[in-house]
Design a protein around this ligand. Structure first.
Ligand code: GDP
Ligand code: IMO
Ligand code: MG
Length: 414
C-alpha cells in the first residue's frame, strides 16, 4: 500500500470531501495537515450529508484519523464533531490551539478592515497562525501539562480582548488529553507496516499564504509539500498527488477572480451547483473554469506525481454555453502567466468556446464507466489534459459516493 495526498487546485470547495471519502476506503489512516475549522468538507453517504470542519473526511469509513501539527485546532469545534460522529481521532501534541482569543481577534481584524475585508470564515485562522509565529499560542502539550493559556504579552497591548478562562482550558484539556499523540511517529509506524496513509488537504492552492492571491488567502500552506511540515511526514514518501478541480470556478470571500460571472447567468450556475459555503453559508462567487490558474496550481503540487479529478461536471450539463479561460489579457497583451495576475491585478480572461455538455443520466453513465461518457465531456477532458499536460483520472458527476466516472478502477496507480 502506498501514500497519497488530496489537494484542492482552486480557491477551495472543489469537492475534496467527496473525493477523500471515496478514496478513504483503500487507506488505513487519514490525516489533516493544514488549516483548521475554516474547512467545510461535504460527504454525502446515502441520504445523509456530513460536513467536516476539523475531522478528516475519512471519518465515515471507520479509519484511524489524525490531525498533524500543521493544523490549528479549535477544541470546541472538535468536541461538536466528535459528539456527532463516531470517529477515532488522534491529535499531535504540537498542534496549537484556536481559543476564544483568536476568534475574537479574527472578528476585530475583519471589522477594522471595513470595505477591504478579506471575508474570512471567522474561525480564528489568521490569528491562530500568527500567535503560533509569535510563540504565544498554547499547544496541546501545554494544556496537558496544566498550563493556563497566557496571552498577557499581547493583551497588555490589545484592550478588551476575550481570553480563554481556566474553565475553557479545563474543558479543552478534557477533550484533548486522551487523544494526544506523537503523530509523525505513528505515521512512520503505519508506513513501515506497509499500510497506506491518505493526507487530506484543506482549502485550495490559490488560497496558499505564499503562493495564492495574497492578501486574499488563508493563513496556512495549502499545497502538497506542506505534508512535510504539517504532518511531519516526508513528501518523498507520498507516492501520488490527487488534484481536485471543479469543471468551473468558485470563490468565497474577496480577491481577484478573472473568470467571474455576474447577473442571471451566474445566479443560474450558483443554483445548479448549490454554491453556498459549507462553513459560513455565504453564496459563492462563480465563473468559468480558469486553466491559467489551474496550470499554475498544478506546477505547485508535485506535477510529476499529480493526476486530476474534475468534479461537478454534471452542473454544467444542459447549459447552453461552455467556456474555459486559456489566457489573460492585460491592457491588450496576452499572457498565460498567473503570476502576472498577482503582480498586476485586473486581468481579462481570453476564452475558448467548447461544445456544451448535454443533459444526461449521469447515474447510469457512472455505472457504465468511462467509455459511456458523452463525447462532449470526453472532448472537455481532452482539452484540459492537453492544456495542463496531466492526466484526468476521474470525473465526478454528482455529490453522492457512487457518482464518479473512473478512468480505471480506483484512480491511483503506482
Ligand atoms: P470541499 O471543501 O472541497 O470538500 O468542497 P465542499 O464540500 O465545500 O463543496 C463541494 C460541494 O459540491 C458539496 O456540497 C458536495 O456535496 C458537492 N459535490 C461534490 N462533488 C460533486 C459533483 O460531482 N457534482 C455535484 N453536483 N456536486 C458535487
Ligand atoms: P475548504 O477546505 C473556500 C477562504 C475564506 C476567505 C479566505 C481567508 O472547505 O475548501 P480564513 O478563515 O481561512 O482566514 O479565510 O479563505 N477560505 C475558504 N474558501 N473553502 C475553504 O475551505 C476555505 N477556507 C478559507 O472564504 O476568503
Ligand atoms: Mg469546503
Amino acid at each position: 500500500m502506498k501514500n497519497a495526498v488530496v489537494i484542492g487546485l482552486q480557491w477551495g470547495d472543489e469537492g475534496k470531501g467527496k473525493i477523500i471519502d471515496y478514496l478513504a476506503a483503500d487507506f488505513n489512516a487519514i490525516v489533516r495537515f493544514n488549516g483548521g475549522s475554516n474547512a467545510g468538507h461535504t460527504v454525502k453517504a446515502g441520504r445523509e450529508k456530513h460536513i467536516f470542519h476539523i475531522l478528516p473526511s475519512g471519518a465515515l469509513r471507520g479509519k484511524q484519523l489524525y490531525l498533524g501539527s500543521g493544523v490549528v485546532l479549535d477544541p470546541d469545534s472538535l468536541r461538536k464533531e466528535l459528539e456527532a460522529e463516531n470517529a477515532r481521532v488522534k491529535v499531535d501534541y504540537r498542534c496549537s490551539l484556536v481559543t476564544p482569543f483568536e476568534k475574537w481577534l479574527d472578528r476585530r481584524l475583519e471589522e477594522s478592515r471595513g470595505g477591504s475585508a478579506i471575508g474570512t470564515t471567522g474561525r480564528g485562522i489568521g490569528p491562530a497562525y500568527a500567535t503560533r509565529m509569535l510563540r504565544v499560542a498554547p499547544r496541546v502539550a501545554d494544556l496537558i501539562q496544566g498550563k493556563q493559556p497566557d496571552y498577557t504579552s499581547l493583551t497588555s497591548i490589545i484592550a478588551g480582548a476575550e481570553i480563554p478562562t481556566p474553565e475553557w482550558a479545563k474543558s479543552a484539556r478534557d477533550i484533548l488529553e486522551p487523544i494526544a499523540a506523537d503523530v509523525p511517529a505513528e505515521l512512520m509506524e503505519i508506513d513501515t507496516k506497509g499500510d497506506g496513509i491518505l493526507f487530506e488537504g484543506a482549502q485550495g492552492a490559490l488560497l496558499d499564504l505564499d503562493y495564492g492571491t495574497y492578501p486574499f488567502v488563508t493563513s496556512s500552506h495549502t499545497i502538497a509539500s506542506y505534508v512535510g511540515v504539517g504532518a511531519g511526514f516526508s513528501v518523498n514518501m507520498v507516492d501520488s498527488v490527487i488534484g481536485v478541480a471543479k469543471a468551473y470556478q468558485t470563490r468565497v470571500g474577496a480577491g481577484p477572480f478573472p473568470t467571474e460571472l455576474g447577473g442571471a447567468f451566474a445566479e443560474d450556475l450558483r443554483t445548479r451547483g448549490d454554491e453556498f459555503g459549507s462553513t459560513t453559508g455565504r453564496p459563492r462567487r462563480v465563473g468559468w473554469l480558469d486553466l491559467v490558474s489551474l496550470k499554475y496550481s498544478v506546477s505547485l503540487n508535485e506535477p510529476k506525481k499529480l493526476s486530476l479529478i474534475i468534479t461537478k461536471a454534471d452542473v454544467l450539463s444542459g447549459m447552453k454555453e461552455l467556456k474555459v479561460a486559456v489566457a489573460y489579457s492585460f491592457e491588450g497583451s496576452e499572457t498565460t502567466d498567473f503570476t502576472r495576475l498577482i503582480s498586476c491585478g485586473n486581468a481579462q480572461p481570453v476564452y475558448e468556446d467548447l461544445e456544451p455538455l448535454p443533459a444526461a443520466d449521469w447515474g447510469m453513465i457512472a455505472k457504465q464507466g468511462w467509455d459511456a461518457m458523452p463525447i462532449e465531456l470526453k472532448k472537455f477532458v481532452d482539452f484540459v489534459e492537453n492544456y495542463l499536460r496531466v492526466e484526468v483520472s476521474a470525473v465526478s458527476v454528482g455529490p453522492e459516493r457512487e457518482m464518479i466516472i473512473e478512468r480505471r478502477r480506483r484512480v491511483i496507480s503506482y
